[in-house]
Design a protein around this ligand. Structure first.
Ligand code: FAD
Length: 485
């Protein structure tokens, strides 16, 4: 390299780019091109100083590498954030100008006698199902899609639709967490219990999760029963099906999103075990659940009321008439996100989720009918799930049983689309919090701080504990700076 830092090749390359009319040549003299990470929203391009991809369950190499990196980042005052699939939507998985660590997975170790599975934090649920399925076992709780990592599932304390369960954290028996000073600690409801409750739904702010022992359950062939009903009857029917019927193993609800019948027409689907379980269960397949809505019909709903009616017709009439819907538990959970994915770069799919006390569910529907149809964003889907009470997580979203309302919007990827989404979110949160419910944190960071404090009453305790366990604020992401700093 010449003394002045300009190599002949760089000058020629820069000149060529400028002569092509490129206003922002990608060669910047004297600097390296930055690594920019984004998440599933595609709305969070964020520069990071370094991006490492690491794997290997609790191996000495993994732990030593992380310890060296933590020390270096602390010395430079840079943030560190571990993550996996980056499907959170508000930069929760990205440290601006810091060290981003993407954890990969490996083969889970299964103990069939204790129905426990040891999994490294970066292991995707698809890998877990692939390992458990031939053994006749199934995850006790996971999200509705298999692309996410098990460690992230704990860090957001995700829930699924197996019933009657609380969030995923309730099925974690113990875990190992690498703290800010490089110490590896075991946490469980009995050991380092405070840290266990903080890290559960703690968005990686308390340390890097290395591995977890999770509960598994026998896989089963399940049979669905589908009931269509007026929306006002849904909450009671759903709670009775989940809490009152011990045979119910999985359950979800849907509502019509066509404007004429918006949130007025409901569908309740309850899965119970087939009476005579086969000696050998069929291998898990993908697409057993979401195939109830074809991707083409689902995406055609944008700006198209006819498609919304067609989709509702398919779900309520056509599908029940076409087949039995019988599937194994593993097949129902073995769903890739890509099945309904958006490919239009001018738009992006944004999720919201609200946790509603069942007795206030009708008021919630009324609020949604008043707010959502006026939005510029297109409302694509509402799925309803049951979440049992969570007495452990400090940032619990279900202090008592809740109906979870998972919403999918298609938003314009533009500043106008962003403003619209912020306003809709603020209004919905105000109404839900007013009903004694709350909202989910892994999506866009569009809540006001007072809304977070109202929806998460132990917020001050969470922030104080963060400052106690990590006084230098080494573990940081966009959520910390936006909501908690
Ligand atoms: C299409 C779609 C469907 C979804 N369905 C559901 C659902 O059914 N139920 C539900 O509850 N949620 C659902 N979610 C939300 C989803 O569970 C979360 O966004 C989850 O975090 C995604 O996993 P991930 O591997 O992409 O996490 P990432 O986005 O990579 O990470 C999430 C958070 O966990 C932290 N983290 C991850 N790994 C570690 C680690 N090893 N150590 C420390 N911190 C770590 C990150 O820093 C970040 O704060 C859905 C999201 C999408 C996009």
């Amino acid at each position: 390299m010449p003394k002045d830092g300009f190599s002949r090749r760089a000058v020629l390359k820069g000149g060529a780019l400028l002569s092509l009319g490129c206003a922002f040549p990608s060669v910047v003299y004297g600097a390296e091109r930055r690594t920019v990470l984004n998440d599933a929203s595609r709305l969070n391009p964020t520069p990071v100083l370094r991006h490492l991809t690491l794997g290997g369950r609790g191996s000495t190499v993994l732990l030593e590498t992380l310890r060296v990196e933590l020390k270096a980042a602390a010395a430079e005052g840079r943030p560190v954030c571990a993550s996996a699939a980056r499907h959170s939507m508000g930069g929760q998985s990205i440290p601006r100008d810091g060290l981003a660590v993407t954890l990969t997975g490996d083969q889970p170790e299964v103990d069939s006698a204790t129905l426990t599975c040891r999994v490294s934090a970066g292991t995707r649920w698809s890998q877990v199902i692939r390992r458990l399925d031939p053994l006749g076992l199934s995850p006790a709780v996971m999200q509705s899609n298999h692309d996410f990592a098990v460690g992230s599932t704990f860090c957001v304390n995700a829930h699924g639709w197996p019933a009657p369960h609380g969030p995923f954290g309730s099925t974690v028996r113990s875990l190992r967490l690498l703290l800010v000073d490089g110490t590896l600690v075991t946490c469980s409801p009995a050991e380092n219990a405070e840290l266990f409750g903080l890290a559960m739904g703690g968005y990686g702010l308390f340390g890097i999760l290395i591995d977890l022992d999770i509960a598994v359950t026998p896989n089963l062939v399940l049979v669905p029963v589908v009931q269509r009903m007026e929306a006002g009857r849904f909450a009671q029917a759903f709670m009775e099906a989940v809490e009152g019927d011990p045979q119910t193993r999985m359950a979800y609800g849907r509502m019509s999103v066509a404007r004429k019948s918006f949130f007025r027409d409901a569908l309740l689907t309850v899965y119970r075990p087939l009476d005579k379980q086969p000696a050998t269960l069929p291998a898990a397949v993908s697409g057993g659940f979401l195939n109830t809505v074809s991707r083409d019909i689902y995406r055609a709903q944008i700006g198209n009321e006819t498609a919304k009616h067609a989709r509702w017709l398919a779900e309520t009439r056509l599908n029940p008439a076409l087949g039995s819907g019988i599937a194994t538990r593993n097949s129902l959970m073995n769903e890739p996100v890509s099945n309904l994915a958006n490919t239009d770069m001018r738009r992006t799919d944004i999720l919201h989720e609200y946790f509603v006390p069942p007795e206030r569910f009708d008021d919630f529907l009324e609020a949604c009918r008043a707010i959502i149809p006026k939005a510029r964003a297109e409302f694509l889907n509402l799925t309803l799930r049951y979440v049992g009470a969570d007495p452990v997580a400090v940032m619990a979203y279900a202090p008592s049983p809740r109906i979870a309302a998972v919403m999918s919007f298609s938003q314009e990827a533009s500043p106008v689309g962003e403003v619209d989404m912020m306003q809709v979110t603020e209004q919905l949160i105000d109404r839900v919090v007013g009903l004694g419910g709350t909202f989910y944190l892994p999506y866009r960071l569009h809540a006001r701080r007072d809304q977070i404090a109202a929806g998460y009453p132990r917020l001050a305790e969470f922030i104080a504990a963060k400052r106690r366990y990590d006084p230098g604020l080494l573990f940081r992401n966009a959520m910390w700076s936006t909501y908690f700093a």
